[in-house]
Ligand binder design. Structure first.
Ligand code: FAD
Length: 450
């Protein structure tokens, strides 16, 4: 068996690494990080596509320019990460119908205002009725019917909730969003973070306190410590465990607990909705879409909600890359994940030909991330009910004995975001340090009594 560690951190995404860094800075040298996949980063992940780096997971630093400074923005600025400002506000004026006509701006603005008003009305109704849960981002508006209403409903609720209810990220950190457009990727931030407390050489992490390809399957816990078993048959012992696996993983049966988690915990975990959000990248021999100010985002209005609705061209991020990105969510994401990429490419081409005419060229390449089918993710991010007291999130976050829970889904104010994961990791490690101090005080007392 491996020597006992003070703390084992499960998962090397932003929350796990932030937690580990704080522990290391506080003198916890014997920590161990177990990561299921073959890389650090988790839901922050770049991949080469065409000649550029695209972000399969988190793409934006959201919440910039406000009264408080977003800590992730600060780190990015310090590292000189290349970013582009994203102005979503024009998207509503680039709504195409199936015959390729753009809806007149008056109609689009009107439909948009109606959708926002009805969502606010509905929300107020829910608040006054004290509905505690059972609502999510997609099912609380008056039912939209026409393709343009459906499209607006999709962009409003699957993207820009800030207009309907205050979101802490935008209230606290500001309303601007910046797309990371750096060849080193958003994940560069995490490598730099890891470098501060793990041994690295030539950009590679060589520290044996980070173990990759270690899929944790069982946590056996008692008053004295935690035994961690991995899929490859290894056993690790620790005083404390910080578990940063996503809410989707917690809802799956990947990790079992001995004794099982208490009911209040499993019920809370079940109550949290998971959002699947998929960015599909398409590469073309040349660009055939409008570029220039106000054209970065465009919308396709179809009679099926969320059917290849939200598009972005990458000319601002990477001029000359000839890449389009289309975003799908939830049921559409799952549907596309389960079919071949060729089929998805065909569907996307029909949509693009509806908008831009039959003589546009076929895409030469496609990239379809599969966050839902990835057993180490099982979601893109947590999605708490719109009207809920904080009980669910507090229960998800609360430790069970010596197992502490972290990750974006444990952040009360910033769940769903990179900065949420980052701040959650810091918070959780501080809570563990506090417990360790309590242990020490107790041991001291016992020794004095002897
Ligand atoms: P993760 O990054 O998921 O880290 C958890 C780690 O645990 C993973 O590396 C996983 O492999 C590992 N793990 C899981 N199970 C086990 C196990 N059994 N044993 C060992 N290891 C295990 N946020 C933004 O701020 N802006 C955005 O624009 C944005 N867009 C997004 C788009 C997509 C498509 C996705 C997927 C996410 C997006 N997010 C965005 C959210 C953001 O990526 C996450 O909130 C954040 O990265 C989560 O970090 P985490 O540490 O909580 O979890």
């Amino acid at each position: 068996p491996s020597p006992r560690s003070s703390v084992i951190i499960i998962g090397a995404g932003v929350s796990g690494l932030s937690a580990a860094k704080v522990l290391a800075e506080n003198g916890i040298g014997d920590l161990l990080i177990l990561e299921a996949s073959d890389r650090i980063g988790g839901r922050i992940r770049k991949e080469k596509f065409g000649d550029v780096s695209v972000e399969l997971g988190a793409g934006w630093i959201a919440g910039v320019g406000g009264k408080e400074s977003n800590p992730v923005w600060e780190i990015a600025a310090k590292l000189g990460l290349r970013t582009c400002f994203s102005d979503y506000s024009n998207a509503r004026y680039n709504i195409y119908d199936r015959s390729g006509k753009i809806f007149p701006s008056g109609i689009a603005a009107d439909s948009y205002k109606k959708a926002v008003d009805s969502a606010i009305q509905k929300l107020k109704g829910l608040e006054s009725n004290c509905v505690e849960d059972a609502t999510n981002r997609t099912d609380f508006t008056l039912t939209p019917k026409t393709p343009i209403e459906l499209a607006i409903d999709f962009i409003l609720h699957d993207f820009e909730m800030a207009e309907v209810e205050p979101i802490s990220t935008y209230v606290d950190f500001g309303e601007r969003e910046f797309l990371v457009a750096d060849e080193r990727g958003y994940e560069y931030l995490l490598y730099k973070m890891a470098e501060e407390f793990l041994f690295t050489s030539e950009g590679k992490i060589l520290d044996n306190r980070l173990k990759l390809n270690k899929v944790v399957r069982e946590l056996q816990h008692s008053r004295n410590g935690v035994t961690v078993r991995t899929e490859d048959g290894c056993v690790y012992e620790a005083d404390y465990v910080i578990l940063s696996a996503s809410i989707g993983v917690l809802q799956s049966d990947l990790i079992s607990f001995r004794p099982p988690l208490p009911r209040w915990k499993t019920e809370a975990i079940e109550k949290c909705d998971v959002m699947v959000y998929t960015k599909i990248f398409l590469k073309f021999p040349y660009k055939f879409w409008p570029c220039g100010p106000g054209k970065e985002f465009f919308i396709y209005a179809h009679e099926r909600r969320g059917y290849y609705t939200f598009w972005q061209h990458m000319e601002n991020a990477y001029p000359g890359s000839n890449i389009l990105v289309v975003t799908l969510t939830n049921a559409e994401s799952k549907r596309v994940e389960s079919q071949s990429d060729e089929e998805t490419l065909k569907e996307a081409m029909v949509v693009l030909r509806d908008m831009f005419g039959s003589d546009i060229p076929d895409a030469t390449d496609i990239l379809v991330p599969r966050w839902w089918n990835n057993r180490f993710q099982r979601c893109s991010y947590s999605n708490y009910p719109m009207i809920s007291n904080n009980q669910v999130i507090n229960d998800i976050k609360a430790p069970v004995g010596r197992i502490f829970f972290t990750g974006e889904h444990t952040s009360e104010r910033f769940n769903g975001y990179v900065h949420g994961g980052h701040l959650a990791g810091i918070d959780t490690s501080k809570a563990v340090l506090e417990e360790m101090r309590k242990d020490e005080r107790q041991n001291d007392k016992q020794n004095q009594n002897l």
